[in-house]
Design a protein around this ligand. Structure first.
Ligand SMILES: [Zn+2]
Length: 238
């Protein structure tokens, strides 16, 4: 099997589909991962070792690890950023657009090319090849494409970091998107051949390194429609 990213016939690593750093705080004392499935025909809670498969060569793993290390620092407070809170909205400035966007794209693409049943709802079609070329070139592309809305999840006033949820397809203001839950966030990643446009493009990561987080209760996260209404209002208000 060739490497899914560079297509070289070299030995493949057992690659994590979701970034490895996320697992650090997620393993329980039995070193198993708590994975929440939302499929009605499966048991609601599953425990398994990290979601891995032979996918990438060592060189491509290294490429991804640079972006993952950066994202890990961002999510764990190890990067100097400017924060401004307005109620449930947090404005963030000072992000490295290329590194953080490539991190987001790498998660989306890996889930799309994975053959693990956990990621079966992520079907990227022609976008898989577009994303592969972006990742191979280390080129984050336009902020209008493959944008990601980030929702910080709280549960009973605590960050909701202990759960990974099976990704699913959703629609946000007429755009197809995939919803991931990991690292205490709901990530809605847009997959569309059209530019995002205003006002929603005010809520995804900009090339100047700004983004917004909407903090919501984890129990509300199935209702993404209301999230997108809120985002639209928020974009117009900036
Ligand atoms: Zn490779």
């Amino acid at each position: 099997m060739p490497c899914a990213l560079c297509h070289q016939e070299v030995e493949l690593r057992r690659s994590h589909i979701l970034p490895e750093f996320l697992y650090e705080s997620l393993y329980d004392d039995k070193h198993r991962l708590q994975v929440l499935s939302i499929s009605p025909d499966k048991s609601s809670w599953r425990e398994q070792k990290g979601l891995r498969e032979r996918l990438l060569c060592d060189a491509c793993e290294q490429r991804f690890s640079i972006w993952e290390r950066y994202a890990s620092l961002v999510l764990k407070g190890g990067v100097e950023l400017n924060y401004r809170s307005e109620g449930n909205i947090v404005h963030i400035a000072g992000l490295d657009y290329a590194k953080f966007k490539l991190f987001q794209l790498s998660v989306l693409w890996r889930a799309g090319v994975s053959t693990l049943p956990f990621f079966e709802n992520v079907q990227l079609g022609k976008h898989a090849e577009t994303l592969r070329l972006h990742l191979l070139a280390g080129a984050p592309g336009s902020s209008e494409r493959y944008g990601c809305f980030m929702f910080g999840l709280k549960y009973q006033a605590q960050a909701f970091t202990g759960v990974i949820m099976e990704p699913g397809k959703v629609r946000l203001n007429g755009h197809a998107a995939y919803r991931f839950v990991f690292g205490g966030f709901l990530w809605a990643m847009l997959v569309s051949s059209h530019d995002l446009g205003a006002p929603l493009n005010q809520c995804t990561l900009s090339t100047t390194g700004q983004t917004v987080l909407l903090i919501r209760n984890a129990t509300e996260m199935q209702n993404l429609i209301s999230f997108s209404v809120e985002l639209g209002r928020m974009g117009r208000s900036r």
